[in-house]
Design a protein around this ligand. Structure first.
Ligand SMILES: Nc1ncnc2c1ncn2[C@@H]1O[C@H](COP(=O)(O)OP(=O)(O)O)[C@@H](O)[C@H]1O
Ligand SMILES: [Mg+2]
Length: 357
């Protein structure tokens, strides 16, 4: 069993605060994804857990025991990095068992684990090859195998797939998922890719500027973002976020921007007037044929097969996007009416904090 606790964890590099007083409990067997933009402190957090960086302040506990002063090798953690530096002059098998040789695990046991792990990540056919003869995806599997073979209680993975192309990334992502199911170990996975976070995590930890800004299940984060930042980060295509102004008018409330005027549902009738942002996900925008209401013309039409993306030009930097099912016959230039169901609206104040009804 293995439970990881971070208490008030902080890391400063000179005047840069890489991680600001992080509090996080990772339960035994959980698949946690730390996600956020580049520079938000993900790698630093992972390296402190692994023991490669000393915290400036705070505690790291493994199963209740403070491990701040333990060497990395004594923490029972397996780490997989983005760049999978294999030894170029050793073949794949020797690369994989290198850690076991260092630990003086006996030869028979080395062979047994090598075989088991290569089957697990499907590289049995590569064992006699040299790293230079392996593709990027194969090298990444070898790097995984090299960590798996040491049988750690926890896995720490730092953007393990980011050097791969999209298709391989999806394939190996599924592989990580399968490994977690099979091994039932704790996984702490770092990525800047929201899709990876959504598909892999039991629980997502969203970071920004060295801090946790939201934690929750993927569905929770997607459907209930606490801020503009989180709303914008998750979803592809991204949520439509329109800058404008909230106001009250005779009992109701509305949002107004240069391109949109939206009546807000009853529950927002007491909204504080002032600048803010209106958000709606592309899949929640209702598109209907012109029928006497306000119309706007479809810009670009992008058929994806299962759905179609419709783009609308606005005065904002990003076009407004709607997703409609199937390959319905929408044409560029066609006038349509857009409407927004009240329960799918997201409102944010001028600081980017979510306005709740
Ligand atoms: N060894 C270091 N020396 C100085 N600054 C560092 C060092 N490592 C990271 N930083 C800084 O700390 C912040 C967080 O970095 P990092 O944890 O690598 O972010 P992420 O992995 O989320 O991209 C960044 O501002 C980065 O420049
Ligand atoms: Mg990083």
């Amino acid at each position: 069993m293995s439970r990881i606790e971070l208490k008030n964890l902080r890391k400063e590099y000179g005047s840069t605060v890489a991680v600001k007083n992080l509090d996080l409990v990772i339960e035994d067997g959980e698949f946690i994804v730390l996600v956020g933009p580049s520079g938000c402190g993900k790698t630093t957090t992972l390296r402190m857990i692994a023991g490669f960086e000393d915290p400036t302040a705070g505690e790291i506990r493994l199963d209740g025991t403070v491990v701040n002063d333990l060497e990395p090798r004594d923490r029972d953690l397996g780490m997989v990095f983005q760049s999978h530096a294999l030894f170029p002059h050793k073949n794949v098998a020797d690369n994989i068992v290198f850690g076991l040789r260092m630990q003086k695990v006996d030869k028979e046991e080395q062979r047994r684990r090598l075989q088991e792990v290569s089957e697990l990540v499907r590289i049995s056919h590569l064992l006699t090859k040299m790293p230079a003869q392996c593709s990027g995806g194969e090298s990444q599997r070898i790097a995984l195998a090299r960590t798996l073979v040491t049988e750690p209680s926890n896995f720490l993975l730092d953007e393990p797939l980011s050097s791969l192309d999209a298709k391989l990334r999806r394939e190996l992502r599924a592989e990580c998922d399968r490994l977690h199911e099979q091994l039932q170990k704790t996984f702490v996975y770092v990525t800047h890719d929201q899709e990876e976070a959504m598909t892999l995590a039991d629980r997502i930890v969203v970071m920004d500027g060295g801090e946790i800004v939201q934690m929750g299940s993927p569905i929770d984060i997607y459907s209930n973002p606490v801020s503009y930042f989180v709303a914008d980060f998750f979803g592809n295509p991204a949520m439509n976020l329109i800058e404008g102004e909230f106001s009250q008018n005779g009992g109701g409330a509305e949002f107004k921007s240069s391109s949109f005027t939206v009546s807000l549902p009853e529950e927002y009738k007491n909204i504080a007037p002032g600048k803010g942002t209106f958000g709606i996900r592309p899949e929640n925008v209702l598109v209907s044929k012109a029928n006497g209401g306000d119309t706007r013309n479809i810009g670009l039409v992008e058929p994806l097969g299962k759905d179609t993306l419709l783009y609308f030009e606005t005065t904002a930097e990003r076009p407004f996007v709607a997703i409609v099912e199937g390959t319905e016959n929408h044409k560029s230039g066609e006038p349509v009416e857009l409407s927004f169901p009240g329960n799918n609206m997201f409102l944010f104040d001028a600081n980017g904090d979510r306005i709740r009804a």
